[in-house]
Design a protein around this ligand. Structure first.
Ligand SMILES: NC(=O)c1ccc[n+]([C@@H]2O[C@H](COP(=O)([O-])OP(=O)(O)OC[C@H]3O[C@@H](n4cnc5c(N)ncnc54)[C@H](OP(=O)(O)O)[C@@H]3O)[C@@H](O)[C@H]2O)c1
Length: 178
C-alpha cells in the first residue's frame, strides 16, 4: 500500500485517481472544486478512510503552499502526481522541493503538455521528476489530441512501470500536431 498525492486528479486524470483508490492505496487528491472532489470520494464509501480530498488553488501560491505544509505535518507520500498548468511553474517547483525535503525517496511524476517537449521550448522542467509528456495521436491522415482515457491509461502505465520519461502518444513530428 502506497501513499499517493495527486494534484489535479478530478479532471482528465480522474481515472488515475480511481485506479489507485481501487488498488487499495491511500490517495490524497487536490483540486479547487470541492463538489467534484466529494463526488469522487463518495463513489468509494467503503474506502473513505483511505481517501483524502483537499480543496486548494495553486494560482494562489502562498495559500496553496501553506496547505501543502500543513498536509505534510501529518502525511508522508511515496508518490506524487502533478498536473499543474504552466502558469504556476514557480508554485510547482516550490512544491517539488517541499515534497523532496519531506521524503527524499518520493517519486514525483510531472505531467506536461507537448510544448515542454519542443526542442526550443523555454519552459523549464525539473529533472528530479519523472516526466509524462502528453502528445497527440495520428489517425489515418490526420492527427488529434489525446482522449482523457488515453491520458489516464498512459499515466497509470508510466507510474506502475516507474518510467523516468514517458510520452503518451507522440510528440514528433512537431509540425503534425493537431
Ligand atoms: N497533448 C494533449 O493531448 C493535451 C495536453 C494538455 C491538455 N489536454 C487537454 O486539455 C484539456 C484541458 O486541460 P485541463 O487542465 O482543464 O484538464 P483537466 O484535467 O480536466 O482539469 C485540470 C485538473 O486540475 C484541477 N485544477 C485546475 N486548475 C487548478 C488550480 N488552479 N488549482 C488546483 N487545481 C486545479 C482541476 O480541478 P478544479 O477545476 O476543481 O480545480 C482538475 O482536477 C484536457 O481535457 C485535456 O484533454 C490535452
Amino acid at each position: 500500500m502506497k501513499k499517493i498525492l495527486i494534484i489535479g486528479g478530478t479532471g482528465m486524470l480522474r481515472k488515475v485517481s480511481e485506479y489507485f483508490i481501487e488498488a487499495n492505496h491511500e490517495v490524497t487528491i487536490i483540486a479547487r472544486n470541492l463538489s467534484r472532489l466529494e463526488h469522487l470520494k463518495n463513489k468509494y464509501k467503503e474506502k473513505e478512510d483511505s481517501i483524502q480530498i483537499i480543496s486548494a488553488d495553486y494560482a494562489n501560491e502562498i495559500l496553496f503552499l501553506e496547505s501543502i505544509h500543513s498536509l505534510l505535518k501529518s502525511n508522508d507520500f511515496d508518490i506524487a502526481l502533478l498536473w499543474i498548468h504552466s502558469f504556476a511553474d514557480s508554485c510547482k517547483n516550490q512544491l517539488i522541493e517541499i515534497l523532496y525535503h519531506k521524503n527524499s525517496l518520493i517519486q514525483i511524476y510531472d505531467v506536461k503538455g507537448s510544448a515542454y517537449y519542443h526542442p526550443q521550448s523555454l519552459l523549464k522542467y525539473n529533472d528530479k521528476c519523472y516526466s509524462i509528456y502528453l502528445g497527440y495521436q495520428k489517425e489515418n491522415d490526420t492527427s488529434r489530441w489525446l482522449t482523457h482515457n488515453e491520458i489516464s491509461a498512459g499515466t497509470i502505465y508510466a507510474i506502475t512501470h516507474e518510467l523516468k520519461e514517458y510520452i503518451i502518444g507522440q510528440v514528433s513530428p512537431w509540425e503534425e500536431r493537431p
